[in-house]
Design a protein around this ligand. Structure first.
Ligand code: N2P
Length: 340
């Protein structure tokens, strides 16, 4: 009897790692502060699939690592304009809809958008806006738009996203232009504006811009809405303002690179995060605008009333792929920052 028991224990020790390996792995490359560890752990617990998770803080970082990584990633999380670019370059694998029954939970307004008109390559993860957080205990005058933020009197009191496309777009908006009006002539007009702005900024941070606001290092921020929503949850003195000149509404997706080696696991993860109760966990931790309407039903009235997570609609624009001008924008901002 004892020897049978011992044999069984040995067998388990020998077989378990093989089974685990057979369950496979998933290389996830996503935005920082966006995918809760709890969700990743829940997926592994249920499926046995080990998730290797790496993060980035801009679409441009994602792109350069994707190109350099040569097949290292199975699942990525690009924003709308980057999905469009990746499709144009044939860098995404078409999705197998049969493996994604939970797509039914996503609101129709978030499906088949212009960056992926037939929804062949992407599923929406979260959406949000880029707007202004004001510490109203410190800033008494009304802040309505970018021009109110970038004032000499606010020098060294600002945190803004470390994102070149965002920065240039804000300047274009103050000129009455859209995020796609990126001709050389328009960029030349935006240049001195961005040049003056970068001098006023205390902190550039795309990972966790809330930190500088919460610890009182700065009084105003231009940040992702989920970061603003966390500030509001911490203290109601932090108000969220969508800039009057126009603001970016991003739609961040999950996509599978064409070179991915674990496409089945990637589909499994996509379907997993679209479960209402899993998607709710994402909203609990990172309060962006959840496109999953079944999950929204599980959110509290307070979560849905957070003005940064669910803002009253305003002048919003999603970015489009701008081709070669993206490199010009990168250079423009990099030059201005290093000239400081
Ligand atoms: C999460 C960043 C939000 C993504 N930290 C902006 N597209």
């Amino acid at each position: 009897m004892k020897s049978i028991k011992t044999a069984l224990i040995f067998l388990t020790i020998l077989v378990a790692p093989v089974l685990l390996r057979a369950a496979g792995e998933l290389n996830l490359f996503g935005w920082s502060e966006y995918v809760p560890q709890e969700v990743i752990d829940g997926f592994t617990k249920e499926t046995g699939i080990r998730v290797n998770f790496e993060t980035y803080a801009s679409n441009e970082e994602l792109l350069s690592k994707l190109v350099a990584g040569g097949g290292a990633y199975d699942l990525i999380q690009p924003s709308e304009y980057t999905v469009e670019l990746l499709i144009r370059r044939n860098m995404l694998a078409p999705l197998d809809r049969a493996k994604l029954p939970n797509l039914k939970n996503i609101g129709p307004d978030f499906l088949n958008l212009p960056y992926d008109p037939s929804g062949k390559y992407s599923i929406p993860y979260m959406t949000g806006t880029v707007g202004i957080v004001v510490n109203t205990e410190k800033v008494k005058e009304p802040i309505k738009g970018y021009l109110d933020v970038f004032q000499a009197k606010h020098a060294d009191r600002l945190v803004v996203l470390n994102d070149n496309r965002e920065l240039v777009t804000w300047a274009l908006h103050t000129l009455g232009l859209t995020s796609s009006d990126v001709s050389a002539a328009n960029l030349a007009k935006a240049r001195p504006i961005v040049g003056a702005w970068v001098k006023l900024v205390k902190v550039f941070d795309s990972d966790s811009p809330k930190t500088a606001l919460l610890n009182g290092d700065v009084d105003i921020g231009i940040v992702w809405s989920g970061e603003a929503a966390i500030c509001w949850n911490e203290n109601k003195k932090f108000h969220y303002v969508l800039p009057v000149e126009g603001a970016h509404m991003f739609v961040d997706s999950l996509c599978i690179p064409a070179t991915a080696k674990n496409k089945a696991a990637a589909h499994q993860f996509m379907n997993y995060i679209m479960r209402p109760e899993v998607s709710k966990l994402i909203s609990d931790k990172f309060p962006y605008t959840n496109p999953n309407l079944a999950a929204r039903k599980l959110l509290s009235a307070e979560q849905l009333a957070n003005p940064a997570s669910y803002p009253a609609s305003s002048k919003l624009e999603t970015f489009r792929d701008i081709g070669a001008a993206a490199a010009d924008i990168d250079k423009l901002v990099t030059d201005l920052k290093s000239a400081q």
